[in-house]
Design a protein around this ligand. Structure first.
Ligand SMILES: *Cc1c(COP(=O)(O)O)cnc(C)c1O
Length: 218
């Protein structure tokens, strides 16, 4: 079933990609968004991703979001089109090694950690992002950098959310100027509760779960 929030999001995001975050949701629920025309879906568990990818249509671009254990890379690599949560060199080395074996390149977004108040510690310290980008460009020919991913802070304080997304946009622009837009064209930010703010700060990809799968007042 398509939730009515879907149409609101589509209207707000005419030039923006929608990544449907389908974690915890059934094949039937996902299929209804596929039938509506969506082709980018994201999961955060390897087992669930493998099952869903095996069952749903083959032209879905599966994105991996959330913490990725190094020992899961081999399992998901034949399936994923983009890993949105690349944030450390050890993980990059494993992805590079496994992608080499498969003779493919894998798209990635570098995940930045910008909301210091959150206990979720995933994401790279922004101070290290130039160094990390250089490492990927020089050492990982099977990894194709597409841009950045980040999470807004978990708060009701919209001024603080604005601050974090503005910082992400600044860093994104800096990276575009330093390394080129061919590597930094995607800025993945904005979830159910903060996507309008993310759009104001230049998001090019929203990752929405809750509002697409649970009935919410508009
Ligand atoms: C779950 C999740 C989302 C979607 O969040 P909603 O609030 O359900 O829209 C987006 N990004 C990441 C990394 C997630 O884990």
């Amino acid at each position: 079933m398509i939730e009515k929030h879907y149409w609101k999001i589509k209207q707000a995001a005419l030039d923006i990609d929608l990544c449907v975050v389908s974690k915890h949701h059934s094949i039937e629920e996902i299929q209804s968004y596929y039938d509506a025309g969506e082709r980018i879906f994201a999961e955060n568990r390897a087992t669930e991703l493998i099952f869903k990818a095996g069952t749903l249509p083959k032209d879905i671009a599966w994105h991996y979001i959330g913490h990725l254990q190094r020992n899961k890379v081999k399992e998901i690599l034949p399936i994923v089109s983009c890993i949105q949560s690349l944030d450390n060199i050890a993980l990059a080395k494993v992805i590079e090694k496994e992608a080499t074996k498969l003779n493919r390149t894998v798209n990635v977004l570098i995940e930045l950690h910008l909301a210091d108040e959150d206990t979720n510690k995933s994401g790279l310290d922004p101070a290290d992002v130039d160094m990390f980008t250089n490492f990927l460009l020089q050492e990982c020919p099977h990894i194709s950098i597409q841009g950045l991913m980040t999470m807004g802070p978990h708060t009701e304080d919209t001024a603080r959310i604005h601050e974090v997304f503005a910082k992400a946009q600044d860093i994104f622009k800096h990276l575009q100027e330093t390394f080129g837009k061919q590597y930094f064209h995607t800025l993945s930010m904005g979830m159910s509760h903060d996507y309008p703010i993310a759009i104001e700060h230049g998001s090019t990809m929203l990752r929405i779960g809750t509002y697409l799968f649970e009935e919410n007042e508009l």
